[in-house]
Write a protein that binds this ligand. Sequence first.
Ligand code: P6P
Length: 343
Amino acid sequence: MKISPYQPDQSGMAYSVGTTLDRFINLKQNDFPFASGELSQLLRDIALAAKIVNRETNRAGLANIGGAFGQTNVQGEEQQKLDVIANIRFMRALSKGGEVCAIVSEEEDAVIDLQNNSGKYVVAIDPLDGSSNIDVNISIGTIFSIYRRKTPLGQPIQSEDIMQPGKDQVAAGYVLYGSSTMLVYTTGFGVNGFTYENSLGEFFLSHPNIQAPKKGGIYSINEGLQNEWEQSVKNYVDHCKDQRYAARYIGSLVADFHRNLLKGGIYIYPATTKNPSGKLRLLYEANALAFIAEQAGAVATNGQKSILDLSPNILHQRTPLIIGSERMVEDYLKITKQEEPSY
Ligand code: P6P
């Protein structure tokens, strides 16, 4: 039986694998009868910046833009040259695109007010996550969340427009600069993945309607920090070893998350003695991946609550992150006895 190249999505809309991102965005915009096209344009703006960062990343070793920038960011982390370049590229694309009023970036101490009081959207972004891997040619990524501003047009208000819980995201995604470059995103109607064709400068639909396996055999955690974990986390990792799960930890969140999303697995960055609130940031790392995870049938928690239900109190707030296949997160919660799973 000939297998149709057409894959019906959750809205029943049939589209072919190989559809360009631009055409897909237009098709999906039709799912929103009153859509003004502004979110569509914002997604295109992000894709444009991703293409540019992809080019910069691919030529880093040749263009002397690898290595350290010589400054530290608000996190106290040493900025790589590409961190700064990626931040500039996304800021510029979002500013010129005209749909955004404010940006929260891992690379910026404070909220960037774009002085665009007609912009309806707020973007929280980690322009280049895992950048310490750049110089050794290991996959890195961009992570982004999109919110509608809560206050009427005018200067955005941090407490209202910026500090929103993850459940209020209107879209979220990541770009994985790996053996191929992919953009994976959701607008709340499923998760779709697009692969970049360098020779054409286009993203093409390659992974329609991504569904995370309910079970998996991969666990991702930095076992070098074992002595900094609570005993309950050690108990879960021992469980993974008893189950003979594969240990896979790239040190690049987007790469670990993407593999676990497609193959089934769990990524854990728990509280440690050095980072008692966890290392990963709620606004521009955990929330976006949690939205994608839940849209793909997976789960994301801080050990006590769903990530998407956490209300941010500070801009660069950190959180423990346990994210991946539903049954594996369920086992984690049972074994660490931190929360009765409601899945
Ligand atoms: P550690 C990279 O700095 C990052 O934010 C994630 O991409 C990655 O999963 C994690 O931190 C690695 O942290 O402490 O294991 O080196």
